[in-house]
Design a protein around this ligand. Structure first.
Ligand code: ATP
Length: 454
């Protein structure tokens, strides 16, 4: 299949319900690269795709894991005030009654009377984006939660919902975590996992999908300190994106106006990324007040107040929540890393990913498939795989192999040539500077560590 056909194919699979605006050249290039190199495939492609769902390929799964690991390192591993949790996706529907999701987790839906397509009323105005008709139904609330039944009987009493956010699992486990971790305020609970929303208009590749991954943290604080911690988390989270390579001019903080705030929030700021179609949310930081703990106390009859040993009183803590999307963030990292560089003879496509985000850290490339070169290359590969994801590649010309590694964002290539057999040295090539340097095989792992910075 030619690259052009591949792109067309991917777009067709994506466009099924993609009513959320056109794509740009950059977007097409990244979607194309994702499929061509094995980052992200349209799900069930052999059946024509399935409703804007996606599968993560061999490189995509590594990169997504890196995004999540970096978040976890910064939120849990490097701190002594935040612990992790992993809750069930299916759980009691009472959770969603208490949280307000059953009543208020809705988007306004309109139907076009002419072509019968459905849209989010707040996204389209008064004209059908599909056929141009002005005949639209009145907007009505559409609940975004996926409904199913737990157990073999389908009745009202067996209804269950796929979680639309990971947050509630952390509120309903508040006492379990508090009692087992023995944390004092301020402290947080962090969770990474899948969430599901029956979006009316998914689209723009993995920006808005019905199944996606979130990285959320609930930070419990004394109510009077909530303002301080809100500012603190907006700043911390904003800098996290900069630290891993999103340029400052592609990132902004947008405070919500009053009318936009969710039912539980008194203050929210979004961290937004400049997508090809305009700024879009990567993460929301919200002051959820004591809304959730209070609601779950009321609905469950269990007192979820915190006992403050210093004040000698019981109260509901306030919650500051940084809520990010792992899959959407991965897309932002890909878009900001994609570049085409003109060289003397030709051009190269480059993913300038931060080394920690790159799916493969080092490629080991023997100049020939012949023995004993291959043996030496495999020995080097084995040593490096102790610490890093390594790609061993012996096929095609060295130029093509370099281009392939550039395109998937591999920071370093280690090339093994016939001289390596005599002088026990290899060439390390840097993705960004294209500099090549000969280094000793003995101590190669340390050399790579220094160059990668970890
Ligand atoms: P949006 O306004 O884009 O619908 P939201 O404000 O409803 O997002 P939150 O409930 O704050 O989103 O969820 C936190 C994060 O989860 C978002 O910032 C986003 O990165 C991610 N997210 C939410 N919905 C989706 C989706 N349908 N597909 C992919 N990621 C999503």
């Amino acid at each position: 299949m030619t690259a052009e056909n591949e792109l067309k194919d991917t777009q067709e699979n994506n466009s099924e319900e993609d009513n959320s605006g056109g794509t740009s050249g950059l977007m097409d290039s990244v979607v194309n690269l994702c499929k061509r190199r094995g980052f992200i495939f349209p799900s069930a492609e052999i059946y024509g795709g399935f409703r804007s769902t996606y599968d993560y390929g061999p490189l995509g799964v590594l990169m997504l894991q890196n995004v999540k690991n970096l978040w976890w390192r910064s939120m849990v591993q490097s701190r002594d005030d935040i612990v992790g949790l992993d809750c069930a996706i299916l759980s009691s529907p009472r959770i969603w009654e208490a949280s307000g999701h059953l009543k208020t987790f809705t988007d306004p839906l309109v139907d076009c009377k002419s072509c019968h397509e459905r849209f989010r009323a707040d996204q389209i105005g008064s004209v059908c984006p599909n056929c141009g008709s002005l005949e639209l139904t009145a907007a009505r609330d559409f609940n975004l939660m996926f409904k199913t039944h737990a157990g073999p009987v389908e009745s009202d009493s067996t209804v269950a919902y796929m979680r639309p956010e990971t947050a509630q699992g952390m509120f309903v486990n508040f006492l379990n975590v508090l009692n087992t971790s023995r944390k004092k305020l301020p402290f947080g609970i962090a969770q990474i996992g899948k969430s599901f929303r029956n979006e009316i208009t998914p689209g723009n590749f993995v920006f808005r999908t019905r199944e996606f991954e979130q990285m959320e943290m609930e930070y419990f604080v004394e109510p009077e300190t909530a303002g301080h911690y809100f500012d603190y988390w907006v700043d911390r989270r904003y800098n996290w994106y900069l630290d891993f390579g999103i340029p400052e001019d592609m990132l902004r903080i947008r405070p919500h106006v009053k009318e936009e705030l969710s039912h539980y929030s008194t203050q929210t700021s979004d961290i937004e990324f400049k997508f090809p179609w305009g700024f879009g949310e990567l993460e929301g930081i919200a002051n959820r007040t004591d809304y959730d703990l209070k609601a779950h106390s009321e609905f469950s009859g269990i007192d979820l107040r915190y006992f403050d040993p210093f004040k000698n009183e019981r109260y509901f803590p306030y919650v500051i929540e940084p809520a990010a999307g792992a899959t959407r963030t991965m897309m932002a990292f890909l878009l900001s890393a994609y570049s085409v560089e003109e060289l003397e003879q030709d051009s190269r496509i480059l993913l300038k990913l931060h080394p920690r985000l790159a799916p493969i850290k080092v490629a080991v490339l023997p100049l020939s498939k012949k023995q004993p070169l291959v043996d030496l290359a495999k020995t080097v590969t084995k040593e490096l795989t102790e610490c890093y994801m390594v790609d061993y590649d012996e096929s095609q010309s060295i130029g093509k192999r370099y281009r392939r590694q550039d395109e998937i964002g591999t920071p370093l290539c280690v090339t093994i040539d016939f001289d390596s057999l005599d002088d026990n040295m290899v060439t390390i090539r840097d993705r960004d500077t294209l500099e090549q340097q000969r280094v000793k095989i003995d101590g190669i792992l340390d050399e790579i560590k220094i160059r990668l910075g970890f």
